[in-house]
Design a protein around this ligand. Structure first.
Ligand code: MGD
Ligand code: MGD
Ligand code: SF4
Ligand code: MO
Length: 701
């Protein structure tokens, strides 16, 4: 028997970039532990990292390309797969135009450095504008706000959690999610440190969350009322003369316009709709503005809702007008060793809104259209109709708004190809599935999340194990697809070559940064805390920051109307989503250790509402929306506001024809049976999951 060895790498499941120590013997994992020496995560991991070994050995994981036949799935060779994909996809494009073949990219692409660096080959070969991704069910409003305020969608301010004296968290639950658009492994420790240095942490959420439990104060807010609350904070700060632009005062434009726009949104005016007493809003505004340093961080709860873009815009405004933007302890801009914006000039015209989607006229951003319009782009006849699809590391049947609609849409396609690791709710519709290597089998570098990290660090992880079957790395599959579509041979570039170029030519290149250097530092290299450098970072033509872009001001009409909106009689509850500590979106449930125990997919409901409905804990209820109906057990919980119900996202493994035997044992229901493709933030086109109106009914026992 060989000796137990240790391998160090970064966990690629979520954004937190935790360093892990994998103890292994041959191809057996003995244990997965935190890497105490990791320069970024400093010994933090969550229970999901341990499941990486389960995915490696998972007998349900695809081992070879498979093709759907009348007799079921049949293994085929890569050559056969590519020949068929090339001829079918080219045939469809020749007949109906390039846009007839669509693409959907899911979340794991963002955690896969090969894909991030090789997508351009594939996109160029495909030449289709019909692209979609999970970004429009997630952080799109952050990009739109950054685009108009700072000149590029990736100039996104990050909460300097390690130095702030006051942190306001709106619609984020980083203790469970481990932070998002704020890569910050070990959030609980970082929050406790804020309190230990006499700082304050406030959560603003319709649910008293796991993060609220360790915060200093929690404020309940009605779903989707955040833009009103943010406006009122800004209103008070101007009205009381607390605005202070600090070192950015010479470059910030639109202060008077913002002040005028906020004038009507007084704490009193917004109190009823938000559910926040005016005196609390005033006090919080004063506290925020007068803290030595402060940062407002708003995330999923404030992004995937009808006012997502307004929320991200106003969050940035709040940080800027209190002098906390680009300042230690405020909202800062990471300086990554691999800089995605390295070649982006100032004043580059934005592609946002350059095109509108065919059926619903939703805006194009960064090469794609919102996923909320995917089903109708497939199902609506006419020129430009999507007739074939690639899904790459995505499961939109469970993850997209109104996801059930995609079952029918995918089934209607002339041809569908999935690049994935499983036969799941989405890939079961494919004609051919191409199996990717995964997790412990692939090298890792965080191309994206270093741009959102609370400290500048850099790390490269080698692959640990050989692949278990005839899979290929995602990036090689993308290159094979490009060749299959165009007939052009591979140009021989590898992700490692591109990475090394970017590192040696990047900001730290002068200090000898290179891939070789990273290979010698398996725990990563620390590049220091975030530093102010926005004057260099800005991508606006003249180096200004815009506080009052017209496109956001125009949307205030809708916000005004919302102020007097009431709940519908037919669907009296506002539904919100919930993340569970032992899951990541829809794909991690085939690990028994993560799903064992009681069904976690419960409807959380306030005790006053439970009493009105006559239900008690454990009862099964039906939850209905305009879009669908599900049944699930109730959990009575006063951590949730009256009138609001919460359901976990990412479940619903009860569809025919999937091959995820462990997940199928704990199927839950899909929250996206209830959500509605019609609910979007109209400015960005991002899905508005939160606040979906639902009815809850007790089932006769
Ligand atoms: N109602 C509601 N819906 C939501 C959310 C919510 O909060 N509420 N959250 C939204 C958010 S934030 C996101 S990011 C999206 C996620 O939406 P998706 O990205 O569509 O969903 P995932 O579950 O991440 O799907 C990942 C897919 O990739 C496969 N996979 C995993 N690893 C790899 C790999 O290395 N290579 C390849 N080729 N495939 C791989 C999995 O088998 C799975 O099919 O869901 C969104 N949907
Ligand atoms: N354990 C676990 N971790 C994950 C994931 C996972 O599936 N499981 N997914 C990963 C992904 S892809 C992402 S994008 C991140 C997301 O990271 P977070 O943004 O931290 O995600 P959530 O836990 O969904 O937090 C959203 C919070 O918003 C609240 N909320 C809902 N509606 C509203 C509203 O209208 N207003 C306000 N103020 N709050 C509201 C919810 O109650 C919840 O507390 O998490 C990542 N990490
Ligand atoms: S927090 Fe995220 S990166 Fe860290 S161990 Fe858990 S899943 Fe992996
Ligand atoms: Mo996400």
């Amino acid at each position: 028997m060989s000796e137990v060895q240790k391998h160090y790498r970064t966990c690629n499941i979520c954004e937190a970039m935790c360093g892990i120590e994998v103890q292994y013997q041959g191809t057996e994992v003995i244990a997965i532990k935190p890497d105490k020496d990791d320069v970024f995560s400093r010994g933090h991991i969550c229970p999901k990292a341990v499941a990486l070994q389960d995915y490696y050995h998972d007998p349900d994981r695809l081992q070879t390309p498979v093709k759907r036949t009348a007799e079921g799935w049949e293994s085929i060779s890569w050559d056969e797969a590519m020949a068929e994909i090339g001829s079918r996809m080219r045939g469809i494009q020749d007949e109906y135009g390039a846009d007839a073949v669509g693409v959907y990219l899911g979340n794991p692409n963002a955690h896969n450095f090969g894909n991030a660096l090789m997508f351009q080959h594939f996109f160029k070969a495909l030449g289709s504008r019909s692209r979609f991704s999970s970004a429009s069910a997630d952080q799109l409003p952050h990009h739109v706000a950054a685009n108009y305020m700072f000149g590029a969608g990736m100039v996104i301010p990050i909460a300097d959690i390690d130095h702030t004296d006051y942190m306001m968290i709106i619609g984020g639950n980083p203790v469970v999610s481990n932070g998002s658009m704020m890569t910050s492994a070990g959030v609980p420790g970082r929050i406790k440190d804020i309190k230990a240095r006499d700082g304050k942490v406030v959560t603003v959420d319709p649910r008293f969350t796991e993060t609220s439990k360790i915060a200093s104060e929690h404020v309940f807010i009605r779903p989707e009322a955040d833009a009103l609350f943010l406006m009122a904070l800004i209103n008070v700060i101007f009205a009381e003369g607390l605005a202070e632009l600090g070192h950015l005062s010479a470059i910030v434009e639109g202060v008077a316009t913002l002040q005028a726009a906020a004038a009507e949104f007084t704490p009193e005016a917004i109190a009823e709709r938000t559910g926040i007493p005016a005196e609390d809003t005033r006090r919080l505004a004063r506290e925020f503005a007068t803290a030595p340093s402060a940062v407002c961080y708003s995330r999923m709860g404030a992004s995937t809702q009808s006012f997502g873009t307004l929320c991200q815009w106003l969050t940035n405004c709040l940080n800027i007008i209190t002098g906390n933007c680009d300042r230690r302890g405020g909202a800062m801009f990471p300086r990554p060793a691999f800089d995605l914006l390295a070649n982006t000039p100032r004043g580059k015209p934005s592609s946002f809104g350059r095109y509108r989607s065919r059926v619903r006229q939703l805006p194009y951003n960064n090469g794609e259209f919102p996923v909320a319009t995917l089903a109708e782009e497939i199902l609506t006849p006419g020129e430009g109709q999507v007739r074939a699809m690639f899904t790459i590391a995505g499961n939109p049947v469970l993850s997209a708004p109104g996801g059930d609609g995609l079952d029918a849409a995918f089934e209607s396609l002339e041809f569908m190809v999935a690049v994935d690791i499983y036969i799941n709710e989405t890939t079961r519709h494919a004609d051919i599935i191409l199996p990717a290597t995964h997790g412990l089998e692939v090298p890792h570098f965080d191309v994206f999340f270093n741009s959102f990290a609370v400290r500048n660090t850099v790390k490269f992880s080698e692959a640990l194990f050989e692949k278990t079957g005839d899979q290929k790395p995602d990036w090689q599959i993308l290159k094979l697809l490009a060749t299959a579509l165009t007939g052009k041979p591979d140009d021989g570039t590898t992700p490692e070559m591109i990475l090394d170029m970017a590192l040696t030519h990047g900001h730290y290149g002068g200090e000898g940064m290179s891939l070789e250097k990273l290979r010698q530092h398996p725990h990563g290299i620390d590049l220091g805390p975030l530093e102010p450098w926005l004057d260099e970072r800005l991508k606006t033509a003249e180096g200004n920051i815009f506080l009052a872009p017209e496109i956001f001001l125009e949307d205030l009409t809708r916000l005004r109307e919302f102020m007097s909106d009431g709940a519908s009689e037919a669907y009296p509850f506002a539904m919100i989503g919930r993340r569970l500590a032992r899951n990541h979106n829809t794909w991690t449930h085939n690990s028994y250790r993560l799903i064992k125990g009681r069904d976690p997919v419960t409807l959380q409901l306030n005790s006053a509402d439970a009493a009105k409905l006559g239900v008690t804990a454990g009862d099964t209820v039906a939850v209905r929306s305009q879009n669908g109906r599900v049944e699930m057990p109730v959990e009575v919980d006063d951590h949730i506001m009256p009138g609001v119900v919460s359901i976990p996202q990412g479940w619903g493994h009860n569809r025919k024809g999937t091959q995820m035997s462990v997940a199928e044992g704990q199927p839950g229901i899909s929250i996206n049976t209830l959500t509605d493709v019609g609910r979007v933030d109209p400015v960005s086109g991002n899905a508005a999951f939160n606040g979906t109106p639902v009815a809850v009914e007790k089932l006769a026992s």
